[in-house]
Design a protein around this ligand. Structure first.
Ligand SMILES: NC(=O)C1=CN([C@@H]2O[C@H](COP(=O)(O)OP(=O)(O)OC[C@H]3O[C@@H](n4cnc5c(N)ncnc54)[C@H](OP(=O)(O)O)[C@@H]3O)[C@@H](O)[C@H]2O)C=CC1
Ligand SMILES: CC(=O)N[C@@H](CCC(=O)OP(=O)(O)O)C(=O)O
Length: 352
């Protein structure tokens, strides 16, 4: 604890997009104090040089990543780093008594073989990894409360799993028919320069990528399989869309009972998410837009049934950087600390 009795938190990867969301959310959180901001190429710079619009509030410098220093200062550490780094840092932080919330894929997988096959990184932290909990509170709330290491889900898996979970958990669909068509804004690719994310490449254009091989496929399949208690394969196609933030994931599956109508499904979804403050099931015939979720930790879910094809179509909209990343990590922190799950998390964005 800090002198003010607030919980001391650090952000490693503070210069990135996940990092800057965390800086905003945690600065406004009533129970925490940011005591460390860390980076790699940005180390030594004033945070306000990286994000001048925050200069009036954040006077910290970005510090180099020194795990002893971080552990001596922080009770809780957020890792917002490229895949393959958290698994080097987290074990040492956990050993030194920190709670760790990782935004990358390193602690999302129950099988490290699967992780290595998709992320091409060998792992030697099996013992620590086996203690990690998948940080989707709507599914694993109780396990998160008792964990010190959270592998926060990716943005596409968050949107897609919130849409699919009630259907799979309650055996309402044929899992082999699941198709996920998802679109992400360019901030999903992070702040580091990439050609496909340039305005000149991404603007006025829409295209799929990673077709039949995106690394979020095994992550979604792992959770679907856990819910179904059997092996589930999904068809997942991500698209890059010319907007800054937001994900719309539209999922399709064949209903086991073709007699189910939209109203039945809405009732089922409302019951499934009755204790989940951030999931909003939309009424009959209302379909979500990413703009509604922008800047909030909400997931808006719209449901339709097509009696001609016997399929259900579920649309899920989130802010990829909040419910899909930093907000979700703060939601998990609230659970770990025994605070209200929605403490300090935005439920209303600005519109339009
Ligand atoms: N963007 C999104 O929508 C989502 C991203 N994620 C995941 O969250 C993590 C962070 O993503 P995002 O914030 O977008 O990434 P960014 O590219 O915006 O930021 C990456 C951060 O990692 C730091 N970093 C890069 N290389 C190293 C290194 N070798 N050693 C130490 N630090 C390093 C950078 O520091 P510096 O700038 O100082 O070099 C920077 O702070 C990733 O794993 C990503 O996959 C998860 C869900 C959604
Ligand atoms: C638009 C875009 O590039 N999006 C990223 C998703 C970011 C993310 O959630 O990835 P992690 O699993 O690493 O956390 C991608 O498709 O790789």
């Amino acid at each position: 604890m800090t002198e003010s009795q607030k919980v001391a938190v650090g952000i490693v990867g503070a210069s990135g997009y996940g990092g800057v969301q965390l800086v905003k959310l945690l600065s406004e959180h009533p129970e925490v104090e940011i005591v460390y901001l860390g980076g790699d190429s940005s180390a030594g710079k004033d945070y306000a040089d990286l994000y001048p619009h925050l200069g009036h509030l954040i006077q910290n410098k970005v510090e180099p990543i020194d795990l002893d220093v971080i552990a001596s200062r922080c009770e809780v550490v957020f890792l917002g780093l490229p895949n393959g780094l958290a698994c080097k840092f987290a074990p040492k932080l956990i050993e030194r008594g920190c709670k760790v919330l990782d935004l990358s894929a390193d602690y999302r997988f129950t099988s490290l073989e699967t992780y290595t096959a998709w992320y091409q990184t060998e792992r030697d932290d099996g013992a620590i990894a086996s203690s990690a909990v998948y940080g989707l509170p709507e599914l694993y709330r109780e396990q998160i409360k008792n964990s010190s290491l959270i592998g926060c889900p990716g943005c596409y898996p968050t949107a897609s799993l919130l849409a699919l979970s009630p259907l799979i958990k309650q055996g309402l669909i044929l899992p082999e028919t699941i198709i996920i068509d998802a679109k992400s804004g360019t901030s999903g690719g992070g702040r580091q320069g990439k050609i496909n994310l340039l305005l000149a490449e991404a603007d006025n254009s829409l295209g799929a990528y990673g077709v039949a091989k995106h690394r979020h496929t095994p992550e979604i399949e792992q959770i679907c399989s856990d819910l179904a208690r059997s092996d589930v394969k999904v068809q997942f196609t991500p698209h890059l869309i010319p907007m800054v933030r937001g994900i719309l994931s539209t999922v399709y599956a064949t209903l086991r009972d073709p007699g189910l109508v939209r109203e039945d499904l809405i009732t089922i979804y409302n019951a499934f998410y009755r204790s989940s403050p951030f999931v909003k099931i939309l009424p009959n015939g209302t379909y979500p837009q990413t703009k509604w979720a922008c800047g909030t930790n909400l997931a808006y879910i719209g449901i339709e049934v097509d009696p001609r094809t016997g399929r259900i179509i579920v649309m899920s909209a989130i802010d990829n950087l909040i419910k899909g990343q930093a907000g979700q990590a703060v939601q998990c922190l609230n659970l770990i600390m025994g605070w209200d799950e929605d403490l300090g998390l935005p439920k209303l964005g600005f519109y339009p």
